[in-house]
Design a protein around this ligand. Structure first.
Ligand code: Z5A
Length: 209
């Protein structure tokens, strides 16, 4: 693949969307071709799957069905959007990717980390991000930020309260396992400070002086 593949991970409300917008603007200003996308979603099929996954009326969905829906959305996104963009030389920035499934379903829902890693690699045809920013935020702070923004909580956010501690622990475990690509970020800092940290890491990866 010719382009760089960057993903953002972390609990909800940790600032992923905010930082992705800043990074995308920064790279575009430097003349780069940038594609931003999101999981679940990013394709027509993905959007339909996202609605099913986040709809509060599906509160009794089984963890295995939930996992397979995330992987179906991902397989479609990689084959139709991410891989072609990387092939064309673009930088692709994705809001969540398979690390979310490893942590939320593998650890949070107890389906097992290794099984989800294997399933994820099958869904992506072996595609792995080059760089992953792990937005680390104290449990509860993201929730507070979302409450301030007045947007409605989705099905998983409603449930996340019950397994939130496991999510943060799970992400840390993953960061230790894949330390060559996962960069922990203190997401409790101000928006600009967080961005400066991320920018430096991206500059160094892309050899931007
Ligand atoms: N999920 C899963 O279970 N398995 C999977 O495989 C995948 C996902 C892919 C998707 O939710 C849900 O699906 C998610 C995991 C699960 N559920 N949970 N929990 P989503 O995509 O709809 O939303 P999200 O990814 O969880 O997060 P978000 O709401 O989009 O938040 P964010 O992007 O991380 O944060 P933000 O929108 O940039 O910022 C939130 C607010 O904080 C906003 O008002 C900002 O202005 C403010 N903000 C941002 N940064 C700062 C700083 N630094 N200081 C102060 N305030 C800030």
């Amino acid at each position: 693949m010719k382009g760089l593949f960057i993903t953002f991970e972390g609990p909800d409300g940790s600032g992923k969307t905010t930082q992705i917008a800043l990074l995308s603007e920064y790279l575009k200003d430097r003349g780069g071709k940038v594609l931003t996308t999101v999981e679940p979603g990013g394709t027509e099929l993905g959007k339909e799957i996202r609605n099913i996954l986040l709809d509060r009326k599906n509160k009794d969905m089984s963890p295995i069905a939930e996992t397979l829906l995330f992987q179906a959305s991902r397989a479609e996104l990689v084959s139709k959007v991410i891989s072609p963009a990387l092939e064309s030389g673009a930088t692709v920035i994705c809001d969540r990717f398979f690390d979310s499934t490893i942590v939320y379903q593998g650890i949070g829902r107890g389906l097992g980390m290794e099984r989800i890693i294997e399933l994820s690699l099958w869904a992506t045809g072996g595609l792995v991000p080059d760089l992953t920013f792990l937005m680390q935020l104290e449990a509860g702070l993201g929730d507070q930020r979302i409450s301030n923004s007045l947007r409605e909580r989705d099905r998983i956010e409603m449930e996340e309260k019950r397994f939130r501690k496991n999510i943060n622990k799970g992400y840390l475990k993953l960061a230790k396992k894949f330390k060559e690509r996962i960069i922990p970020v203190d997401a409790g800092m101000g928006i600009e400070e967080v961005f400066n940290f991320i920018k430096k890491k991206v500059d160094s990866k892309m050899d931007i002086k």
